[in-house]
Ligand binder design. Sequence first.
Ligand code: G4P
Length: 534
Amino acid sequence: MTSPNPALVRDVEDRRTFAIISHPDAGKTTLTEKLLLFGGAIQMAGAVKGRKANRHATSDWMEVEKQRGISVTSSVMQFKYKDHVINLLDTPGHEDFSEDTYRVLTAVDAAVMVIDAAKGVEAQTIKLLEVCRMRNTPIITFINKLDREVQDPLDVLGEIENVLKLQCVPITWPIGMGKTFRGVFNLMKDRLVRFTAGQERLTKDVEEIQGLDNPELDRLFPMEMPYVRESIELVQGATEPFDIEQFLAGKQSPVFFGSGVNNFGVQDVLNALVDWAPSPKPRDAGSRMVEPTESPFTGFVFKIQANMDPRHRDRIAFFRVCSGRYTPSMKVYHTREGRDMKIANALTFMAQDRVLMSDAVAGDIIGIYNHGQLHIGDTLTEGEKIGFTGIPNFAPELFRSARSKDPFKAKQLQKGLQELGEEGAIQVFTGEFGNIMLGAVGQLQFEIVAQRLATEYKVDAIYESTEVSTARWLSFPDEQTKKDFMREQEARLATDVNGNICYLATSIYNLETTQKHWPDVVFHTTREMSQRFE
Ligand code: G4P
């Protein structure tokens, strides 16, 4: 292999690509906005604050999202901070969109976990962390809302360690909370950064006091300092020192305390990202690992979103660059379809604005206009036949049959569902007689799909309950077994949007019985998004 191009190496090293994970309401949107503010990407925060007055966060896009106040889509934002290019991928917080979140997490190199200090570890935090753990994603922890009466920080840390089984290393430590929140003490730098309540500001003019033993601290905070020193001593005695290797292996998390809504502690998180989070890493492409600094361009689609902007009725494929450099209008090789295509006018995203991308390297996310040729999980290269792995589809747990209220709109329903299925918004299975079955991981997915069918495809869908209770993708040892199985099980079979054959079982008992009768047929609970079963 030729030695890497120094400019490419430098650009890749400057990249930090991460997502924020949290339970709804912990403060993810607020932190996103404040990070953008510090990154100079937006001029004014406060959109979040005013959300109840019908304004919405800068990163929210879709109508349903605005109406429901939850983040259904995942947005991507790029900004610069300290000579680094930061790519921030937003994830839906609601558990019904966990599949979507999983796919976004395959495209990042690190995650920031936001915890509400009053509520501690919540259900969705646990799930999201499990996903991060599958890939050993390094995690930075931000414990939020210290301007409120919250739990004792020692208890919050204890909970993270016990429930999430993640070793915590506090880098900052709060002094007081709620009305007496005084600031955070940086244990590495041995200095206090003071908090001024209610004052939204960038920390250019922060007041700092050096040294935990500084008598100035006792003069200012006589009530709090004895307990603070005691807690710090306790926590330092009980935790390991910060070890960057352990962090990069996803085993240890540096912890910061703060208040997102007050801009407090936000810069600590950004600094940790720049100083400690990894630049893009090699990626598994099936037959080999792809180095981010290799010159040939490669990457994969991890998300497809339709109609992001009602003014441009189109679909965008979100593509993570894994190596090489994107140049406008470049010709690439579509490995699943085995043909060349041109990426015309790739986009980068800045909140609601889309900007034409002129240059992208590993870690960057580009948006590619898509008319159905790209599916989630697709790999693009400069000719090499490889396929990036690790972007699965999970077997759905909830099922509904779907038909159009107006029988003359059956075609429209089919088109809409095919597109929404390719987008990964819901799983769509078509039976032998054209009957359509929808599969979801969460109930809300059905509602969102019905809304989108109505607004984007002008078709009212009727859902009905069905006897299906679980689905499995199938693969066969040989053509004869496939034929025999399909003949016998015809009534239980359907195909997904990629043409894979699925077995729709009425119960686990039904599934197990069939599996026993057909020991050579493999029933898969997950499949790689771009995978075709034979
Ligand atoms: P999410 O994306 O994780 O769902 O959370 P989001 O940022 O929307 O924040 C949830 C609520 O928590 C919001 O209040 C937000 O203002 C508040 N919040 C975020 N960070 C802090 C913080 O550091 N301190 C305090 N006290 N509150 C914080 P809301 O009542 O839902 O909306 P709003 O009326 O404040 O806009």
